[in-house]
Design a protein around this ligand. Structure first.
Ligand SMILES: Nc1ncnc2c1ncn2[C@@H]1O[C@H](COP(=O)(O)OP(=O)(O)O)[C@@H](O)[C@H]1O
Ligand SMILES: [Mg+2]
Length: 410
């Protein structure tokens, strides 16, 4: 149980940390990419302004002083393009020329490709005549910028993985430390329950035997006194069962208390059916026992007896008169499978998950005098778990339930 909590705690801790680191890295990535692009746009704008200044308006025509440093353009993976007012290309310089048509409305453009090309278009205004005389478009390959961003992504990714690994190790140490006192107090609580149940057993036995003796010689007793004694006897029996159940559950985690012996489940089941015969007959139940000849396994016979008696007890209790109860058992290669099916009141889907909880019962109004205390299935589950097996249940309200237990042979 604590292992499970520990894993869940560690997992949620790492998930939250991963989420925080992820958001943080995404923020850094976005800001960094935005700044890089902004810087590039500023650089290209400055270059474009220089190129625009190098043009003149002569004889109603755009004239470009063609002395731009081509080598520098090539080195920087840049290019320049001049257009007339109508958007016709007049001159190009450099590689990485954006082939997008000139669009005066969309001055900052990216042309997707390999590599992507960022371009900025600037209008050229002749200062003498204050008139638009053309456009200049500056472009630059985004290869370098994208390389920088890829490096940043790798850096962030690796940092996140390293941070998570280190936090994981730290988290294991921390959860161990945090769980230790909880585990200890849980163990103390269990020990207390075990001790208290054990100590209660003796006085209960004294009451039980004395009441039994009194009831045996009840001739001179008033009728009301006899009824009181019967009520005491019934309550005492109930309390003895309850303390026994509590003791079993409190000790259920101590695996060394499980005996390993070779048992034939057929004998156990047949013995239990014989034991419950009066109840079966009283309710006129149709009881079917379908077992293979022998079902051998290694386990604790007393605990296994308890397991099946709890299930049979429930099946009988929760099935109304003339219902059908069927027990099937078969030996498989490395496991055995026992099924206990009834045509009883059934369990609703939302309650199915809860029936194995301690003290949980569907009908809370049912008094303790009539039967169990809601610990029966919790004990069943603990015994199955300690034998390394599994228990599953399918049920439908008003139709019946089917408990399937699978236990390893060894
Ligand atoms: N065969 C069954 N058919 C219908 N309901 C069942 C059956 N077995 C168990 N339940 C439900 O599960 C609850 C828990 O069972 P259990 O732990 O044995 O407690 P108890 O029998 O003492 O009430 C029961 O109160 C009942 O509501
Ligand atoms: Mg029960």
């Amino acid at each position: 149980m604590f292992k499970n909590i520990r894993h869940r705690l560690l997992l949620s801790y790492l998930l939250i940390l991963a989420l925080i680191l992820g958001i943080f890295s995404l923020g850094i990535r976005l800001i960094f990419a935005y700044n890089l692009r902004q810087q590039l746009i500023e650089k290209l704008t400055a270059l474009g302004q220089g190129a625009a200044a190098n043009t003149e308006w002569e004889h109603n025509q755009l004239k470009i002083d063609d002395d731009f440093k081509l080598r520098e353009l090539l080195n920087n993976q840049q290019s320049l393009q001049w257009f007339d007012v109508k958007g016709n290309s007049i001159l190009k310089q450099g590689e990485f020329i954006s082939s997008l048509p000139l669009s005066p409305d969309d001055l900052v453009q990216i042309k997707p490709g390999n590599p992507n090309i960022q371009s900025i278009t600037l209008p050229i205004i002749d200062s003498d005549i204050s008139q638009l005389i053309g456009y200049v478009r500056v472009s630059q390959s985004l290869e370098e910028l994208e390389e920088t961003l890829t490096k940043l992504d790798w850096g962030l990714g690796i940092s996140i993985i390293v941070a998570l690994s280190i936090s994981g190790i730290g988290g294991i140490l921390l959860t161990n430390q945090a769980m230790k006192p909880i585990e200890e107090s849980f163990q103390r609580l269990k020990q207390f329950t075990a001790d208290a149940s054990h100590e209660l057993r003796n006085p209960l036995m004294v009451i039980d035997s004395n009441v039994a003796v009194s009831l045996k010689y009840s001739e001179g007793m008033r009728k009301t006194d006899q009824e009181s004694f019967e009520a005491i006897a019934s309550a005492t029996e109930q309390m003895i069962n309850l303390t026994e159940d509590l003791l079993i559950l409190a000790r259920s985690d101590q695996i060394n208390l499980i005996k390993k012996e070779t048992v034939n489940l057929v004998i156990i089941l047949e013995k239990l059916v014989k034991l419950y015969q009066p109840k079966i007959e009283a309710k006129k139940l149709n009881f079917k026992l379908k077992l293979s000849e022998t079902i051998w396994m290694s386990g604790d016979s007393l605990k296994l007896e308890r397991l099946f008696s709890n299930l049979i007890d429930n099946a009988i209790y929760y099935t109304s008169e003339s219902g059908v109860i069927e027990i099937q058992g078969k030996q498989k290669k490395s496991s055995i499978e026992i099924q206990i099916k009834d045509t009883g009141i059934g369990i609703s889907a939302e309650n199915l998950e809860r029936i194995f909880e301690r003290f949980w019962r569907a009908d809370t109004s049912r008094s303790y005098w009539n039967g169990g205390s809601g610990l029966g299935l919790a004990i069943v589950k603990a015994i199955v778990k300690h034998h390394g097996g599994t228990i599953t249940v399918t049920s439908q309200l008003g139709i019946g339930s089917c408990f399937t237990i699978s236990l390893p042979i060894n």
